[in-house]
Design a protein around this ligand. Structure first.
Ligand code: TGC
Ligand code: FAD
Length: 402
């Protein structure tokens, strides 16, 4: 038997994580990556600087089947969780704002309709959302209810055969460009989701400006002032916090992969820069301290991708729990942020400009660290899973005096 042909591993996929993917998953990754290289990377720095979301990309992303990609039926692609994850990874290698758009449209708006909607609601909204003709937003967070959404103050009450919604939502991705808002509200029968057309009287969206993160993404505050809706706009299939929280599990799965896309983009930029940039008469890649940073970044990216694939496979096997997803969100977003900051340091002064993608990713990842459950909330979800003791609430006076 001849010697195995062991070549030097690819610095951009050192452990051949692509070898863990199916042909379909590799094709999804390649297709989305080429799309991002062609249609996103040349201009994303300018969109980010201008604080604009590239609306013109919506039809092409729809044609590529990116909206509700892992849902079955209703014009959705019906692909697997790792297909969805790989697409999220490649999109986020472009910009977290793009992955956010796809997460919100598919996981946070189409998923609750698909899972908890009536047959009529599914037929009415899902095909149009898959085609990108209807853009969705997901209103859970409020100004005073972020990590603790069950303390929301938005209410819905029955008036005759209608529902009337009053309240407000804060930090809502796509709010200002959405046609349909999935709004979660307290009702006498529990927490319910409502499909609110954004042209309904009493609904308004207000831009949250002056963001230094997620600039190529629309973020809005929503006001619902006596918004009156017929019964058929309420999602009938859920009336507890499980409704919105289960949507978060879907979106967080995309983030577990997506964060590694942003991290990989930063690592690649640093690796390229380190070979080209010379100081003290030698490429900075020849310094041990730089090599240490490159190795640290490469290992973190590979580790994160392996973790993401494992979490996707658990979903395929029907074994995935929300706590598994928390492991991924906890590890991968934190590691992606560390990789991005390290890459920034390798690029020196150039690293703070928008001529390179790194500072944009650093700034975006600060949001990713916070939304979809902050790093601390995922720590507490996991702490609870390990100990059986929920530590979300500070101890009351009796516990403190013990
Ligand atoms: P709790 O009493 O623990 O649970 C209530 C019900 O929900 C179920 N459940 C879940 N189901 C699916 N997935 C999850 N992740 C779930 N977590 C809980 C649970 O089994 C129970 O079901 P049932 O049938 O018994 O009713 O709920 P709690 O209110 O005490 O919440 C606990 C806590 C703190 C973990 C939760 O509130 C939380 O995750 N907080 C973080 C809030 C958050 O992540 N907000 C994100 C807003 S959306 C966003 O950021 C979009 S960004 C745009 C983009 O994605 O790009
Ligand atoms: P807070 O909950 O006030 O937390 C502040 C700090 O306190 C954090 O460090 C947090 O970890 C910590 N903390 C809170 N509770 C505890 C605890 N029990 N123990 C220890 N530490 C704790 N929401 C939506 O509903 N839809 C969207 O589309 C959406 N898009 C977003 C887009 C952007 C750009 C951003 C920035 C946010 C978005 N969000 C969205 C809101 C996001 O989910 C919240 O910001 C997030 O849940 C945290 O809430 P908060 O900002 O109010 O922080």
């Amino acid at each position: 038997m001849g010697e195995a042909d062991l070549t030097v591993p690819d610095p951009l996929d050192f452990l051949d994580t692509a070898g863990l993917l199916t042909d379909s998953e590799r094709l999804v990754g390649k297709t989305v990556r080429e799309y991002v290289n062609r249609s996103v990377l040349p201009e994303v720095g300018a969109w980010w600087e201008a604080g604009e979301f590239p609306n013109h990309l919506i039809p092409e992303m729809a044609r590529m089947g990116m909206f509700g990609m892992n849902l079955e039926g209703y014009g959705c692609a019906g692909l697997g969780p790792v297909d969805y994850g790989v697409a999220a990874l490649e999109l986020e290698a472009g910009d977290s704002g793009l992955r956010s758009f796809v997460s919100v449209q598919g996981s946070l708006c189409m998923f609750p309709i698909w899972k908890y909607g009536s047959p009529e609601q599914k037929a009415e909204w899902l095909p149009r959302m898959a085609r990108g003709e209807v853009v969705g937003c997901f209103g859970l967070t409020e100004a005073d209810a972020g990590s603790d959404p069950s303390s929301m103050r938005t209410t819905a009450r029955r008036v005759g055969s209608d529902w009337v919604i009053d309240g407000s939502k804060a930090w809502i991705t796509n709010g200002g460009i959405a046609d349909l808002a999935v709004i979660w509200a307290k009702t006498p029968e529990g927490v319910r989701g409502f499909l609110v057309p954004t042209d309904a009287p009493g609904f308004s969206a207000h831009p949250i400006d002056r963001k230094a993160s997620m600039r190529a993404s629309v973020t809005s505050a929503l006001v619902l002032d006596g918004v009156r809706l017929p019964e058929e706009m309420m999602l009938p299939g859920v009336s507890t916090m499980r409704g919105p929280l289960s949507c978060l599990t879907e979106a967080r799965l995309g983030i577990v992969f997506g964060a590694m896309g942003a991290a990989r983009a930063c690592y690649e930029a640093a690796l390229g820069y380190a070979s080209e940039r010379s100081q003290f008469g030698t490429p900075i890649a020849s310094f041990q301290l730089t090599q240490s940073k490159l190795v640290e970044m490469m290992v973190a990216v590979q580790r994160g991708i392996l973790l993401a694939i494992r979490i996707g496979r658990l979903r395929e096997e029907g074994k995935l729990t929300p706590e598994h997803v928390s492991v991924g969100k906890y590890n991968n977003v934190s590691d992606a942020l560390a990789v991005a900051r390290t890459a920034r340091s390798v690029l020196g002064a150039n690293g703070i400009t928008l001529d390179y993608p790194v500072m944009r990713h650093v700034a975006n990842l600060e949001t990713v660290y916070t939304y979809e459950g902050t790093h601390e909330i995922h720590t507490l979800i996991l702490g609870n899973a390990l100990t059986g003791i929920p530590a979300f609430h500070a101890p009351g006076p009796r516990e403190r005096s013990r």
